[in-house]
Design a protein around this ligand. Sequence first.
Ligand SMILES: [Mn+2]
Length: 268
Amino acid sequence: MPDAEAPARSAVVGDVHGALHPLMAALRHAGLLDVHGHWAGGTRTLWFLGDYLDRGPDGAGVVHLVRHLQSEAADDGGAVHALLGNHEVLALGRHRFGTRRLETAAGPRSFEDSWRRNGGRDGDHRELDEDDFAWLARLPGMALAPSTAGPQLLLHADTTEYRAFGSTVEEVNAGLAERLSSDDPLRHWDVWARLTTRHAFRGRSSVAAGFLREFGGVRMIHGHSIIGDALGHPAPLTDGPDVYAEGLVVDIDGGLYDGGPCLVLPLP
Ligand SMILES: [Mn+2]
C-alpha cells in the first residue's frame, strides 16, 4: 500500500525569473529545501523548466541555487534537473555576442538590445561566471519525466518550434547544444527566436496530441506563458497549474515576476 502521506517522488517548477526568495519559500513548503537553503528532498527528483534569469531581482542567485541543489541532491541519491528557457538563450547570446549588429529575419537586432528589452539585469551578468555560462549552454531543452501516470514531456515553451532542432528528445537536446556552442550568432539567434514563440497548443488538442506522439509522453508540462495572460485574469489570482487541450497539456507558469505564485507541481 502506498503511504497516502508520502510526498510525490517528483515535482516540477516553472519560470522563476530572478524571484529567488519566493522560489525558496515554495521549495521549503514542498519539503525540498531546508531553512538554510540546502536540499531537503532526499531521494526525490525536482525539475526546473527554465527562465531562471531576467525581470526579477536575483537571476544569478537562482542559477546558483539550482546548481548547488543539483550537487546536493545527487549526493543524497536524489536529482535536480534544469531545462533551458529562452531567457537563458538570450543571456548566452548577450554574453557571447553583445552589441554585435545582426541581420535577422525580423530585421537588424543585437542580443544586447533584446536582452535589455526583455528584462535583462546587469547584476546577473556580473555575478555569473564562465562556468555558469558553460552550464547554461549545456542545459537540455526537453526531457521525459517518469511518473505512475506515464512519462511526462517537460519543456520550457509551449511551442512546436522544437521540431526545428530534431525529431526526438535526444536530437532536440543535441541540436540545441550544437547551436548554443556555435560561433555563428545567427544560429544562436534562431534558437532565441524559436523558443520565444508560444500558445501553440491552446485550443489545439490535436496539435498537442501530434507533438506528444512525436516526442513521447502522455502529457506535456510547460512554463513560459503566464497562466493569467492565457486565461484573462491578473497573475496574482492564479491558484494552481492550468490543465488544458483536453488534459494533454499543463501550464505551470504562475507569473512570478508579475506578482503570481511560484507553482510546484507534484508528478503522480
Ligand atoms: Mn520563457
